[in-house]
Design a protein around this ligand. Structure first.
Ligand SMILES: Cc1cc2nc3c(=O)[nH]c(=O)nc-3n(C[C@H](O)[C@H](O)[C@H](O)COP(=O)(O)OP(=O)(O)OC[C@H]3O[C@@H](n4cnc5c(N)ncnc54)[C@H](O)[C@@H]3O)c2cc1C
Length: 440
């Protein structure tokens, strides 16, 4: 949708005010979008705006879209955009969380087509890579950081979501190897991932020391202990959420990320990363929706006058703005407080920081959901139609309240770190306060 008033300054954009230190970085992001993303979106518009063409016959993401995303990831890697969030020693851009909010909101502000592929996502180059060993650098870390390969993150099981301690996937030692058995469900990028990062129980009953992360090449092990299952059809029709199985799969000791027993801490750290990423994502997408809604109500005529001339509509737009502004302001404040003592991925983190990250997720998920709900309402019947950005973002906004640890789990952690912890369960060992934050 083109803006009808391209000559008037965009009032929301004028409020973003990124710091001057990010000028070059944001210009690089802009060039990447114009030169690598927009032309591909144009070329694939028939697939991106029609859900039947978006998926293949099996209901999975169409290979042409997968390839376009991969091309964008590689281009973003070459231009130093893809992994801006990671430390320079891993090949990243070394930005802190506050700066990443400005970058992420710019990227997501382009809409909901191929643009999210410009930045590493939660299954790509995540801070779990900080725990990889030297022998894992060339095969896994480098290609993930450069956007040349993608990963999946296998934690959830059909019987184990909000509480990691319900997990059934086990890895047991056999000689110098590990034997992995179990299944993971609702896994993003299950069908196309080059690399798998999987959490398993290795030492049951040891509390947070019970878990270990493993990393392996999916193609090397496919049908040799590793199996890909069905596609789950999500409400937003992404075509890349699936299940995976480990049938007594034999992995060498060298497949361990970090140390055996360190999996829980690495998981919590990477869940925190996923949660913090909500800030720029929800800000960018909220802004996109507010701008689309503003255009719509200025030009849509109802009863002989613009829709936006009605106070009821104006208040909906005003509420969208308030939601956007308060979530974004909270996020910047939380990010600054997290950046101040040093890189956020250094463990252990204080409990008040964990609490603020949970607050950031809840605030962004719920504000963005309200923004998306109102945008759809303002668009009327046109907003209900599938294959529109408005509808797609509404579906995505509803979904975001579940993954990354549901918003109820965030509230539980907030309450626990405020001293409200009443239920040391007898049947399941409880995580230490502030670490229940389990869940990807
Ligand atoms: C699109 C999508 C992509 C995903 N991608 C991945 C992925 O790549 N990798 C991965 O490992 N997982 C992934 N997940 C799984 C996701 O992390 C889980 O769905 C989520 O953690 C919730 O677990 P659950 O579905 O088992 O819900 P449950 O744990 O069964 O919870 C059901 C409901 O009960 C609430 N609830 C649970 N416990 C409590 C409590 N103590 N107090 C109050 N309320 C509670 C929850 O908030 C939720 O509303 C994905 C999920 C989705 C939808």
């Amino acid at each position: 949708m083109s803006s009808p008033d391209t000559h008037t300054p965009n009032p929301i954009e004028a409020e973003l005010r990124p710091p001057a230190r990010l000028e070059d970085t944001l210009a690089r992001v802009e060039r990447l979008y114009r030169e690598e993303v927009a032309p591909r979106e144009q070329a694939l518009s028939h697939r991106l705006s029609d859900e039947r063409a978006f998926l293949d016959e099996a209901g999975k993401l169409h290979p042409e879209i997968i390839e376009a995303r991969r091309e964008i990831m590689r281009a973003a890697g070459k231009r130093g955009v893809y992994s801006l969030h990671l430390p320079e020693r891993l090949g990243g851009g070394g930005l802190g969380r506050e700066d990443m909010i400005y970058v992420e909101e710019k990227v997501y502000g382009y809409g909901v087509k191929l643009n999210p592929a410009m930045l590493s996502w939660s299954e790509g180059a995540t801070p779990r890579l900080l725990y990889c060993h030297d022998h894992q650098q060339e095969q896994f870390v480098g290609p993930l950081v450069r956007g040349e390969k993608t990963s999946l993150h296998g934690v959830t099981e059909e019987g184990a979501g909000s509480n990691l301690f319900d997990m059934k996937t086990r890895a047991t030692r056999r000689g110098g190897d590990w034997v992995l058995s179990g299944a993971k469900a609702y896994i993003t990028n299950a069908f196309d991932a080059d690399i798998a990062q999987v959490l398993a129980i290795t030492d049951p009953g040891q509390g947070r020391r019970s878990f270990t992360y493993f990393m392996f090449d999916t193609r090397e092990y496919l049908n040799k202990g590793y199996r890909i299952g069905r596609v789950f059809q999500t409400m937003f029709g992404d075509g890349y959420t699936g299940e995976i199985f480990f049938d007594d799969m034999v992995l060498p000791e060298s497949a361990v990320i970090g140390e055996p027993g360190q999996g829980f801490d690495i998981a919590v750290m990477s869940f925190n990363y996923t949660r913090m990423r909500r800030a720029g994502m929800c800000s960018g997408w909220s802004r996109y929706l507010i701008e689309r809604a503003l255009e719509r109500v200025k030009h849509r005529q109802v009863g002989g006058r613009p829709l936006g001339a009605n106070q009821g509509i104006q208040w909906m737009i005003a509420d969208m703005y308030v939601d956007w502004l308060q979530a974004r302001s909270l996020s910047l404040e939380v990010a600054r407080s997290i950046d101040t003592p040093g890189p956020w991925y250094r463990l252990p983190r204080p409990k008040d920081e964990v609490r603020r990250i949970c607050a950031l997720k809840v605030s962004n998920d719920e504000s963005f959901y309200r923004v998306a709900d109102r945008a759809l309402q303002v668009f009327g019947g046109a907003g209900v139609m599938r294959d529109t950005d408005i509808n797609k973002l509404f579906q995505i906004a509803r979904n975001l309240r579940i993954p990354g640890g549901t918003d109820e789990v965030q509230r539980t952690t907030i309450a626990e770190t405020l001293g409200l912890r009443f239920d040391p369960s007898k049947s399941a060992p409880a995580a230490p306060a502030g670490d229940r934050a389990g869940r990807s």
